[in-house]
Design a protein around this ligand. Structure first.
Ligand code: FPP
Length: 249
């Protein structure tokens, strides 16, 4: 559907507040292309991408979304030039320094999906501090996927399960999808209802492969730095018009 003629407020009015997706996951993509179009370095795009992170976190939490997952840095992103990686880590630190008080004020709880032990010391320290300071918050859970790869996550889960079987904590016969989920970074969280990928790419890029079995996908050509509040509203409205059958009829 084309929503261009509607104002942000009109779009908000189209959202059915009693049928919000519980969990929204976003593959933030297109920062580099956004910067290139402006003849600027890629990190300029990532900086503007951070402004959208701030905006979308605020919008989602105000709407009453319970879980928001943002894919910020993949296990494959280490292949990028050092100056881009350094820039991304600086932006992460800047984001936490700028937003931690607001996250607390808005009752947002920060979780990290991924292995943060490989992050530079300052980034690791700030991330740990933000997790600690928000751990008692009971509002929206904000998952930031950092040094995250879904295949690594699944292998880690398998290793954890084997260990628990060996130690007699679980029986192999009892293993089921629910128990398996408890070994993933998203332990105790519902699977995403809606997965959003901007920037025109139509792939999952090693993101939440186990968790998206019945997730509704929503793609847009808009680049992440242009993904403002109204785009989130559009995705939610479209999601609410889908017929989710979960394999039933
Ligand atoms: C993909 O776009 C984006 C990333 C790898 C980084 C995402 C990071 C941010 C949005 C910065 C802020 C994040 C936080 C959590 C504060 P790309 O660079 O691959 O874009 P391209 O495909 O156009 O090159």
């Amino acid at each position: 559907m084309n929503y261009d003629k509607l104002s942000e407020e009109e779009l908000l009015n189209l959202i059915n507040m009693s049928n919000l997706p519980n969990h929204i996951a976003i593959i933030m993509d297109g920062n580099g292309r956004w910067a290139k179009k402006r003849f600027m370095p890629r990190n300029f795009g990532h900086q503007e991408g951070m402004e959208r992170v701030i905006e979308i976190v605020e919008t989602a939490s105000q709407l009453g979304i319970k879980y928001l997952t943002l894919y910020a840095f993949s296990t494959e992103n280490w292949k990028r030039p050092k100056n881009e990686i350094d820039g991304l880590m600086k932006i992460l630190v800047l984001y936490i320094k700028r937003e931690l008080d607001k996250l607390c004020k808005n009752n947002v709880k920060l979780n990290i999906l991924g292995d943060i032990s490989a992050l530079p010391e300052l980034a690791r320290k700030e991330v740990k501090k933000a997790i600690k300071n928000t751990e008692d918050n009971s509002g929206m859970a904000l998952n930031i996927a950092l040094n995250y790869g879904s295949r690594d996550e699944i292998i880690l889960a398998v290793k954890g399960i084997i260990k628990d079987i060996e130690m007699g904590n679980i029986n192999i016969e009892d293993l089921n999808p629910g128990i398996f989920s408890n070994y993933l970074y998203t332990k105790n969280q519902p699977d995403p209802d809606l997965l959003i990928r901007p920037s025109g790419e139509l792939r999952l890029s090693n993101f939440m492969l186990y968790q998206v079995a019945y997730t509704e996908f929503w793609f847009s050509d808009v680049l992440w730095p242009d993904f403002k509040t109204r785009k989130l509203y559009e995705a939610i409205i479209d999601y609410q018009n889908r017929d989710r059958r979960f394999g039933g009829i």
